[in-house]
Ligand binder design. Structure first.
Ligand SMILES: [Mg+2]
Length: 333
């Protein structure tokens, strides 16, 4: 069997079965946004790794190396944020073709260093290897979280609300605009920026974790419609998402209108927004929304409610009809 026939998530499950040993110091192992390990002390250590592959995640001529450098750190930082933590140290593995301009790599590192400074990350090492077929950037990020502030994908309970930070669909709108220069949208630059170099919700994640009121959290990398499924899987619950409650900006409305899609479709199935999705009891949801917006200025929206597992994953369309929620987000393989 080829990995293309297995699919991304079943592949990860098979690999976890082979190598994922439970051990006393492993608090969270394979299958969450980041691993959490107990090395002693008040804080848990968070570990995550992610790669940006030329042709799969980026096209060399379509993104400035400096922006790409910011992006490679940002997407990892988002996974640390999803655990309620803050990033501290990074290791970078570069796989590069020999014809690559030195200036390109230096610019990449300038972007990486800018983003690292912004989030208090020290780049402490890495590796360089050669491959003539294209660029692969692989970043390992270490972080920490107070053990009582840790949030995982497990823990959502029936009756909880499902909430998201910020607004959804902007990265998908930006991706579309990047290949359609003819579309005239006043917010073009902002949407492109959102697509190319997302802003991880680190402060927001820490506020949510520190409140001790949320039951589960994940960052939205593949798209809400798909990522909410990971929370359902790990928590053993179902969910009902309301299309009409998804937070979309007027800019996303405009793009959706021009390309003949619904804004809620971009919000639900467009990936790479890197917002946080979390769950909390109805009372706690209100408190958390207030704390996040007061502490960070980022709005929080209730987008649905957690159901018992047998109810499955449901989507209420804007016209009020309830349909199954198909996991149509992005997957590799
Ligand atoms: Mg994630």
């Amino acid at each position: 069997m080829r990995i293309g026939d297995v699919g991304e998530f079943p592949l990860i499950e098979r690999l976890a079965w082979i190598a994922g040993r439970g051990r006393a110091d492993v608090v969270v192992g394979i299958g969450d946004d980041a691993a959490a390990v107990d090395l002693g002390g008040e804080d848990l250590v968070l570990l995550t790794v992610d790669s940006q592959v030329e042709g799969s995640h980026f096209v060399r001529g379509c993104i400035e190396p400096r922006v790409l450098g910011r992006r490679v750190l940002a997407v990892n930082t988002s996974d640390i944020a999803a655990m309620g933590g803050r990033p501290t140290h990074a290791l970078v593995s570069l796989v590069l073709p020999t014809e690559l301009e030195l200036e390109w790599v230096e610019e990449l590192y300038r972007g990486l260093a800018e983003e690292a400074d912004r989030f208090g990350v020290a780049v402490v090492g890495g590796n360089v290897a050669r491959c003539e077929d294209g660029i692969v950037l692989d970043l390992t990020l270490v972080g920490r979280v107070r053990r009582e502030h840790l949030l995982t994908r497990a823990g959502a309970k029936p009756g909880d609300m499902a909430l998201v930070t910020g607004s959804l669909g902007e990265a998908a709108a930006g991706l579309y605009l990047s290949s359609h220069p003819e579309l005239e949208i006043p917010e073009r630059d902002a949407l492109l920026a959102r697509h190319l170099a997302p802003t991880p919700r680190v402060e927001e994640g820490q506020v949510i974790g520190a409140a001790g009121l949320a039951t589960a959290m994940i960052d939205l990398s593949d798209g809400l419609g798909s990522d909410i499924g990971h929370v359902c899987d790990r928590s053993g619950v179902g969910v009902r998402i309301h299309a009409a409650k998804l937070p979309v900006s007027p800019a996303v409305e405009r793009v959706a209108e021009q390309i003949g899609k619904k804004a809620w479709e971009l919000a639900l199935f467009g990936g790479e927004d890197f917002e946080l999705l979390f769950t909390a009891s109805p009372h706690a949801a209100g408190v958390l929304a207030e704390r996040v917006s007061a502490g960070t200025g980022t709005p929080v929206s209730v987008v649905g409610e957690v159901l018992p597992a047998p109810a499955g994953r449901r989507l209420v369309l804007p016209e009020g009809i309830e349909v199954p929620l198909e996991p149509r987000g992005f997957t590799h393989f």
